[in-house]
Every structure is written in structure tokens, then in C-alpha cells.
Design a protein around this ligand. Structure first.
Ligand code: NAI
Length: 332
């Protein structure tokens, strides 16, 4: 069997981590042949809760899980990390402005970027889940200059999974019959869930989703809004934010990054923009990507119509505003 790798989960005492940790320990992310050491980071007041999580991890009695280290010290957590799930973040409280939320989080992700820079492996794969995920990933990368920018990503996979599930329901097919739906932009309500390049596999063969749905008004209207507002709908019903589905999506994102995508299939990931599709550089923007040998490539040359262009520009503009606000916090 391979040597164990160190996998960090921050916000380890929280609700997303509670669902994520089992997937990691059971081998559904890094594969059934890859043992892991878990480094669990949370803040000092959560250490007792975290001890309970550690007891449960022990009680899973799973072979792949080797050391488990609960800690409030980023230096301990990120030591020789091969992969990091940055889930812990300051939650938005009632009456909090986006700027206040950014301000609290920019500080957290600065500290964690610096710790990654100092202590993690230079090929560490970082997935930021904690919101505002795209801008947190940008800050984190900024403070870890010795690690390539390509190693910092933000999660839009939950949005992709939601979009895939909504299309499967609409077309009455199993969810794995839908492929290549795209999430462009920010993990926020300005994101653009785009089904125009997606395919559905029917018994008669593969068909473009727009042709199968045959209702552009729905694809450009109700569908887009439903995915943009799905997180809020879950909060309204559950009184807590999506956790089981967020953890599953985090596992999906990292597994595809680690193992690669299947030929002809894309996934959406927030990555540092290289200017593809005219998106400004130096924001973390969700693009369709393919992955091979642990490296992603942005899918190029997809036709973008005027409707899509306006949506891409709106979500890019929001990310530029977030970056400016984050920079103003950092300059203070
Ligand atoms: P939670 O509140 O249950 O857990 C968050 C945990 O993070 C808490 O245990 C808290 O003590 C910890 N934490 C806070 N500051 C920390 C720090 N500096 N270092 C380490 N740990 C720290 O929240 P939940 O439900 O697990 O969500 C976590 C984050 O994920 C939130 O920001 C949420 O908005 C975001 N989220 C992102 C999604 C996405 O699609 N990108 C989907 C759903 C949630």
C-alpha cells in the first residue's frame, strides 16, 4: 500500500466537515489504496467538540485512516499537507454586510495562506469551501507565493451537481445521463449555470440538452434562478445551510482533481483566471475544466452568445468588487 498522505480539513468541528470526514476516511476521495492522516483544524473554543469527532473517527474502524490530529494551530495542521479542504470560515450573521463578512474571512485566509506557504508540500491541492469561497481562495493563494496559483481552487461543484440534478429531473433521466453542464463565475447568486453545452445520453444516443429540453425560456430563466437560489432555499427549509450535499461536492471536486476527469467530460472549478473567455485575470472564476495528471485545463473555444456574455461579465464584475473590498481590508 502507498505511504499515507496528510489531508487537512479546516472547520473540522462544523457541519460540512462532519459529512466530509467519513468520505475521506472511507477512501471515496483519494481512492481505496491511499491511506490518509487527517489534520483537523478548528478554533480553540471548538476543541472539545472536535474531540468528539475524533472519537467517532476512531469508532469508524477504517483501515485507510491512520493518524488523526485535532489542533487549533495552523502550523501543526498544514505540516507536509498534500491536500487541504478549507471549510472553516466566519458565517454571515444577521445584519452583516458583505464587507464585514469579507473582512473577517480575509484575515482567516491570510493566516492559512501563510501557513500553507511555510509548512505544506509545494504541490498541495487546496480546495476552498468556506464563503465567500472564490475570493477566499484568491487571498489564500496571494499569501502562499511559493505554491503555484493553479493549486488553489474554490468550490462550485455543489452548484454543478444541483444543475445536473435539476436537468435530470426535467428530462426524466438518471443524473449520470447528463454531462458537461457548466457553472461560470462566483459561488454566489450571480453565478451562471449554463446548460447550453450540456449533453443528455438517451437510449437513442447523445443529444444536446437545449434540444432535448426544447424550452429556451426555461433554460435561460427558471433553471438559472433555481440553481442560483438553491442554497437560500435549503437554508429556508432546514434553518441551516447545505452540508451533506456540500460535503459530497467537496469530495467530488477533490477526487476529480486527484484522479482526473473521464474523456470528453468537464467539471466546474473556481480557478485563478488566465484571461480565458475575456474574463479579467487574477480573480478566482469558475470555468469548465478537464483534469489529467493532477493538472486542470480550462475548456477552450466554447461558443458564448450575447446572453451568456452578459451573465459572465456580471459575475466577473462582482468578483472584481470582492477583490477590491478584500484588498482594502488588507491595506488597513
Ligand atoms: P459550520 O458553522 O457548521 O462550521 C464552520 C466551522 O469552522 C466551525 O466549527 C468554526 O469553529 C470553524 N472555524 C471558524 N473559523 C475558523 C478558523 N479560523 N480556522 C479553522 N476553523 C474555523 O459551517 P458549515 O455549514 O460547515 O459551512 C462552512 C462554510 O462553508 C461556510 O462558510 C459556508 O458558507 C460554506 N459553504 C460553501 C458552499 C460552497 O458551495 N462553496 C456550500 C455550503 C456552505
Amino acid at each position: 500500500m502507498a505511504e499515507p498522505i496528510n489531508v487537512v480539513v479546516t472547520g473540522a468541528a462544523g457541519q460540512i466537515a462532519y459529512s466530509l470526514l467519513y468520505q475521506l476516511a472511507a477512501g471515496s476521495v483519494f481512492g481505496p489504496e491511499q491511506p490518509i492522516n487527517l489534520r483537523l483544524l478548528d478554533i480553540p473554543p471548538m476543541m472539545e467538540v472536535l474531540q468528539g469527532v475524533v472519537m467517532e473517527l476512531d469508532d469508524l474502524a477504517l483501515n485507510l485512516l491512520r493518524e488523526v490530529t485535532p489542533t487549533a494551530d495552523p502550523a501543526v495542521a498544514f505540516k507536509d499537507a498534500a491536500a487541504a479542504f478549507l471549510v472553516g470560515a466566519m458565517p454571515r450573521k444577521q445584519g452583516m454586510e458583505r464587507k464585514d463578512l469579507l473582512s473577517a474571512n480575509v484575515k482567516i485566509f491570510k493566516v492559512q495562506g501563510e501557513a500553507l506557504d511555510k509548512f505544506a508540500r509545494k504541490d498541495v491541492k487546496v480546495l476552498v469551501v468556506g464563503n465567500p469561497a472564490n475570493t477566499n481562495a484568491l487571498i489564500c493563494s496571494h499569501y502562499a507565493p511559493s505554491i503555484p496559483k493553479e493549486n488553489f481552487t474554490a468550490m462550485t461543484r455543489l452548484d454543478q451537481n444541483r444543475a445536473q440534478a435539476a436537468l435530470a429531473a426535467r428530462l426524466s433521466v438518471q443524473v449520470d445521463r447528463i454531462q458537461n453542464v457548466i457553472i461560470w463565475g462566483n459561488h454566489s447568486s450571480t453565478q451562471y449555470p449554463d446548460a447550453h453545452h450540456a449533453l443528455v445520453h438517451l437510449p437513442s444516443g447523445a443529444k444536446p440538452v437545449p434540444e432535448a429540453v426544447n424550452d429556451d425560456a426555461w433554460l435561460n430563466g427558471e433553471f438559472v434562478e433555481k440553481i442560483q437560489k438553491r442554497g437560500a432555499a435549503v437554508i429556508a427549509a432546514r434553518k441551516m445551510s447545505s452540508a451533506m450535499s456540500a460535503a459530497k461536492a467537496a469530495g467530488d471536486h477533490m477526487r476529480d482533481w486527484w484522479i482526473g476527469t473521464r474523456p470528453g467530460k468537464w467539471v466546474s472549478m473556481g480557478v485563478v483566471s488566465d484571461g480565458s473567455y475575456g474574463i479579467p485575470k487574477d480573480i478566482v472564476f469558475s470555468f469548465p475544466v478537464t483534469i489529467k495528471d493532477h493538472q486542470f485545463k480550462i475548456v477552450q473555444d466554447l461558443p458564448i452568445n450575447e446572453f451568456a456574455k452578459a451573465k459572465l461579465n456580471a459575475t466577473a464584475k462582482e468578483l472584481e468588487e470582492e477583490r477590491a473590498e478584500a484588498n482594502s481590508v488588507l491595506e488597513q
